[in-house]
Design a protein around this ligand. Structure first.
Ligand SMILES: Cc1cc2nc3c(=O)[nH]c(=O)nc-3n(C[C@H](O)[C@H](O)[C@H](O)COP(=O)(O)OP(=O)(O)OC[C@H]3O[C@@H](n4cnc5c(N)ncnc54)[C@H](O)[C@@H]3O)c2cc1C
Length: 366
């Protein structure tokens, strides 16, 4: 059965739901309160920039509040430029760890690593990298008690965390300098006049005057369709849910079954299967692969539709003199969005960035 609950909001705290009077003017407006927007405003505020964030619903309510909390490799096995992706993920993770440590965010950050396994020999080419462990069927059966997988890789860079707690913590830190986050403000349009940018919102609010805007509203499909001109249309983001990672008696790490694009995760002795809304689950007899799970039931969750850019890298950078984007994170927001926020903040504060991975994410690369 497909469940459509949202774990984070069911167990969460109303702190992420915010309504208030909007300021008349501010230096930078960040649009979208998912992990991309929160990371961006976090970095801006830490540089003393006068910034606010607007979200049309509750902060964290869309993809970010539904994430599994796997901070790891995106679908990079299909992506060219493995080394670049690897180092970008590493840099992202280091930034994230530093933020968690510096701000003492209690978000159950764990070094778990990740198994990516294949049922069919053809699905996973051997990967050569010092940090990656290639595993054959026998190696795998020592870790996962099944003979179902022909081969796989162990990716040590992957970590897991509690996404709700991360969002919650970032919100708290951002508000240490006053009200910075505004929920239920739908941004309709950005225009320019002699004063700067005008951010037009729904409701009775007057347009907010600002110098720069950062679009983190996860609507990048429209960016492609409109040639980056019309940046503020809405995309229905997934109506799914998931549960946080936690221990299972013998397994502590997420497993991705490459042949199916399915993620298995474990929580309180229950087994959750995250799968793409398009995947036909009857193709994969999970119970027969994992006989050792005995009486446990698999619980299936619809992931909704998560769009990717053609090369699976996000779109991060300047799209116009005063407008920036940090979006297109697809299924890997935790792998790149923190780095994205830092790149944007560097651009805004120094007008340039020293992060060499920034060119990978350039919105003008296609
Ligand atoms: C079920 C599920 C599990 C996932 N698991 C993982 C995982 O384990 N690891 C991982 O790295 N990634 C995972 N992902 C993907 C990850 O959640 C996304 O990559 C990430 O959350 C994207 O963050 P974002 O800030 O770009 O977008 P979002 O979190 O969607 O935030 C965009 C925000 O913009 C706001 N917005 C939109 N339009 C407007 C507007 N006009 N005005 C104002 N605000 C607007 C929305 O309300 C929304 O809050 C998962 C996704 C799903 C659905």
């Amino acid at each position: 059965m497909v469940a459509r609950i949202n774990y984070w909001f069911d167990t969460g705290n109303a702190r992420l739901k915010m309504r208030s009077e909007l300021p008349v003017s501010v230096d930078v407006v960040v649009i979208g309160g998912g992990i991309a927007g929160l990371s961006t405003i976090y970095h801006l505020l830490s540089h003393g920039v006068n910034a606010i964030l607007l979200d049309k619903t509750d902060i964290g309510y869309h993809a970010s509040g539904r994430s599994n909390g796997v901070v790891g490799f995106p679908s990079l096995l299909n992506v060219a430029g493995f080394d670049d992706a690897f180092y970008a993920v590493r840099l992202n993770n280091r930034l994230l760890r530093n933020i968690i440590k510096k701000e003492t965010l209690a978000c159950d950050f764990n070094y778990t690593g990740e198994l990516q396994v294949a049922i069919d020999n053809s699905k996973l080419p051997p990967l050569k990298h010092d940090s990656i462990l290639n595993l054959n069927r026998d190696d795998l059966s020592q870790i996962v008690p099944t003979q179902a997988f022909s081969h796989g890789v162990y990716l040590p860079v992957t970590n897991t965390l509690n996404m709700y707690q991360l969002l919650y913590g970032l919100c708290g830190i951002c508000e240490l300098t006053g009200q910075r986050l505004f929920g239920h403000v739908d941004v309709l349009q950005i225009t320019k006049n002699q004063k700067g940018l005008m951010i037009h919102t729904s409701g009775k609010h007057k347009p907010i005057v600002c110098k720069q805007a950062v679009v983190c509203s996860n609507n990048f499909m429209y960016l492609f369709e409109s040639g980056l001109n019309n940046v503020l249309c809405s995309v229905p983001v997934s109506a799914a849910c998931t549960k946080p990672m936690a221990d299972f008696p013998f397994l502590h790490m997420p497993i991705k079954i490459l042949d199916s694009d399915i993620y298995l995760s474990f929580y309180n002795n229950r087994i959750f299967v995250d799968y793409s809304g398009d995947y036909d689950l009857s193709k994969l007899p999970l119970k027969s692969y994992f006989k050792q799970f005995g009486g446990y039931d698999f619980e299936y969750f619809w992931q909704g539709h998560v769009y990717h850019t053609p090369d699976h890298y996000p779109l991060v950078g300047r799209i116009d003199d005063n407008i920036f984007i940090n979006t297109g994170h697809g299924r890997s927001g935790l792998s790149y969005a923190i780095l994205g926020g830092k790149i944007i903040s560097d651009c805004i504060t120094n007008q340039t960035t020293n992060i060499k991975q920034a060119s990978l994410f350039s919105p003008h690369r296609f």
